[in-house]
Write a protein that binds this ligand. Structure first.
Ligand SMILES: [Zn+2]
Length: 419
């Protein structure tokens, strides 16, 4: 069914947007709805590009509010990893469905995911009507003898994700980090990525300890070491990127990899540093924004995170112009990173967008991008559309109630119940 969105505001104009086959077919002031279009009256709403969450672990909605306020390694080793060993496909399915709804409610249309039971993630994304790039975490405990097993798994997961996602999901390879994956495995993953043209997502330089350990073991800083494995390239998305030095930033730009900043997770886990935005921008880096998982954020609301990103960068630079609202909005909507993807709304582009309420207190006055970045939260989003289908309509609770009931059941099964 083709949609016709009428009366929406876009760049100061009242426009009509028509979709066909998941794409924007027509967009503009002179466009008219057709007789058989499913019409949506968007008077009083602004048409905005959807947000792109460039790094998350969607099913970790089940872990929200569990084992908070701990340092990263203690949090992972003593709480998250033991609980994750009990995970089953249904846990991941319902955790991901909840994440999809939560993201759609705040205008997110697409996300990059790294999590266990990847086929369940892909199925949940498809059923939710969202888009995602999904990778199974690849971890061999840095044991090179495990590399053949891990690489066989990597190949298998690509097929599994493709099959379960049925076009809504693109598979990725997701080596967890340089401190959990051996060098032969990293090299093998780089080869599979090139051979299959599959993107790679990896955590890089999240803590200072990771840098110290990498130098002690290899004589190289993390980005240089990753380059030695062949993994630093245009198909790779690097999450966190907190402790990079200037030479690493230049190397990443030269190789064409994408940097993702996760400001809220970094603040909450108190990693002690800040993504080097000014240096990355000056070097011409591809930059995107991600929430990280609900275990370490704890929100998946990109409207919260874009504000945190802008504020923290202004603060560390002691310069309110260090990042402008327009720039922050482009980063949050994936328009500053080609691989992460997110283009301006135009005929021929995917019909992925949101409608924001111009009667919300946060958006009623002033510049729209400043309102979206500095003032709006999810309550300002009226509707989210992905591939020409409405995936969220403000006020509809039926799907949320159903998904929440299942997610609560799965969390209880995992022993994550509220005390
Ligand atoms: Zn992460």
């Amino acid at each position: 069914m083709a949609l016709a969105i009428t009366g929406a505001r876009l760049n100061g104009e009242q426009v009509c947007l028509r979709t066909a086959d998941g794409l924007i077919e027509e967009l503009g002031a002179g466009v008219e709805p057709r007789a058989d279009d499913d019409r949506i009256d968007a008077t009083g709403l602004a048409l905005i590009p959807g947000l792109v969450n460039a790094h998350t672990h969607a099913a970790m909605t089940l872990f929200r509010g569990y084992a908070d306020d701990l340092p990263l390694m203690e949090w992972l080793e003593q709480h998250i990893w033991p609980a994750e060993r009990r995970l089953e496909a249904d846990d991941v399915y319902w955790g991901t469905r909840l994440a999809c709804l939560e993201m759609a409610r705040a205008g997110t249309i697409r996300f990059w995911d790294m999590y266990w039971k990847q086929a369940a993630t892909a199925r949940a994304v498809k059923d939710a009507g969202m888009r995602a790039i999904v990778g199974a975490p690849l971890i061999d405990g840095k044991d090179p003898d495990q590399a053949p097993r891990l690489l066989a798994k990597a190949r298998r997961t690509i097929e599994e994700i493709e099959e379960a996602g049925q076009g809504a999901v693109r598979p990725a390879l997701a080596p967890h980090a340089i401190y959990t994956v051996s060098e032969p495995s990293l090299r093998g993953i780089a080869e599979i990525s090139a051979e299959r043209d599959v993107p790679v997502e990896i955590h890089l330089s999240e803590t200072e300890q990771e840098v110290t350990d990498c130098i002690a073991e290899t004589g190289l800083r993390p980005a240089q070491y990753l380059d030695r494995t062949g993994l630093l390239g245009p198909r790779t998305v690097l999450a966190h990127c907190v402790w990079l030095d200037q030479a690493e930033i230049e190397l990443i730009v030269e190789r064409g990899a994408t940097m993702v900043t996760n400001p809220v997770a970094n603040l909450k886990l108190a990693v002690g540093g800040v993504f080097p935005y000014a240096a990355a921008r000056a070097a011409g880096a591809e930059i995107a924004l991600g929430t990280d998982g609900a275990g370490s954020n704890n929100s998946l609301d990109m409207l919260d995170d874009v504000k945190a990103f802008a504020l923290i960068q202004k603060h560390v630079a002691a310069d309110p112009a260090a990042v402008t609202a327009a720039e922050a909005w482009e980063i949050a909507t994936g328009q500053r990173a080609e691989l992460v993807g997110g283009g301006p709304l135009a005929a021929g582009a995917p019909a992925d967008f949101a409608l924001a309420r111009l009667d919300a207190p946060s958006l009623a006055l002033g510049e729209l991008d400043a309102g979206l970045v500095y003032a709006a939260d999810a309550s300002a989003i009226r509707m989210t559309v992905v591939a020409g289908r409405v995936v969220y309509r403000q006020g509809d609770r039926a799907e949320l109630d159903e998904v929440l009931a299942h997610a609560r059941e799965q969390a209880a099964r995992l022993g994550l119940v509220r005390s």
